[in-house]
Design a protein around this ligand. Structure first.
Ligand code: R5P
Length: 266
């Protein structure tokens, strides 16, 4: 510890629960999908899905409702609480999100960070960026890190140009970590973003491809993953999260780790 390191002690302490100081990397397990998708495949009974995966997750990203009802409060896993919502997959416009949880309640739940989506280029872009700014202003008072999720509307292309724009805006507004998607020229997204970047897994893809995705992302500069469906919708969820851990924290090779999965016959 050097002089000045006591500044923002709480903020640094909480970030170190998410991005592990020994490797500088993070394996976040995302199970917050129900906030707009309802009972997502694989998360119909969140507690049953989450429980076997918890020992391998550095942190757990989820909503207040699932946290209270499906996670044992005595488990030491750090929590990244989703605090935006108010939309649904069948609603008027997915980008119309608002803040759903007070910072006071997030503190009561002893979270390590809060997460919120921004929809750059969408109809409600301004509202979601205001949500982010409001949340950051509140959270700075208490030393709570804010993770911004760059949600991509149907009309947007997940390319480096768009994702760099969204990540950079999140960082400029003061987010502490940003979650985005992997894309071609991903180094550009990382290199133009002054805060740590984690990637979402996206829709379920073959396990081999999901492991390569994680490998390529950290190889190109991401500090880790905040992965959901490609873990809990796999035939071997525990095998997948263990393999992702090996890749993120130990530079494990995806091909070798894929062969260790118990996938059965297709
Ligand atoms: C969006 O619904 C959520 O923020 C998810 O946490 C995020 O998309 C990551 O999950 P997945 O790896 O399933 O895309």
């Amino acid at each position: 510890m050097t002089k000045g390191d006591n500044m923002d002690w709480g903020m640094k302490n909480r970030i170190s629960r998410i991005i592990k100081p020994d490797t500088g990397r993070a394996v976040m397990l995302a199970v917050d999908h129900g906030y707009f998708l309802g009972p997502t495949s694989g998360l119909e009974e969140p507690g049953k899905t989450i429980e076997p995966l918890l020992p391998y997750a550095d942190s757990l990203m989820l909503t207040r409702g699932v946290l209270r009802n499906s996670v044992c409060p005595e488990h030491p896993v750090p929590i990244v609480l989703r605090v935006s919502g108010g939309n649904s997959i069948v609603g008027e416009d997915l980008s119309r999100e608002t803040l759903t949880v007070s910072v006071e309640d997030a503190i009561r739940l002893n979270v390590s960070a809060v997460a919120l989506s921004i929809y750059v280029g969408s109809k409600y872009e301004h509202q979601t960026l205001r949500n982010l700014s409001t949340l950051i202003n509140e959270c700075e008072r208490y030393g709570i890190p804010v993770l911004a999720v760059t949600a991509v509307g149907k009309e947007m292309t997940r390319d480096a140009r768009y994702l760099s724009l969204a990540c950079r805006i999140a960082a400029e507004l003061g987010a502490h970590i940003v979650k985005t998607y992997y894309c071609e020229d991903f180094e550009k997204v990382v290199n133009t973003c002054p805060i740590p970047v984690v990637i979402a897994g996206g829709k379920k893809i073959p396990e081999k491809d999901a492991l390569k995705l994680a490998y390529n992302a950290v190889n190109d500069g991401a500090v880790g993953v905040d992965m959901g469906r490609n873990i809990f919708q796999s035939q071997d969820p525990v095998g997948m999260i263990k393999a992702v851990r090996e890749i993120v924290h130990k530079k494990g090779k995806p091909e070798k780790l894929y062969s260790s999965l118990k996938l059965g016959k297709k």
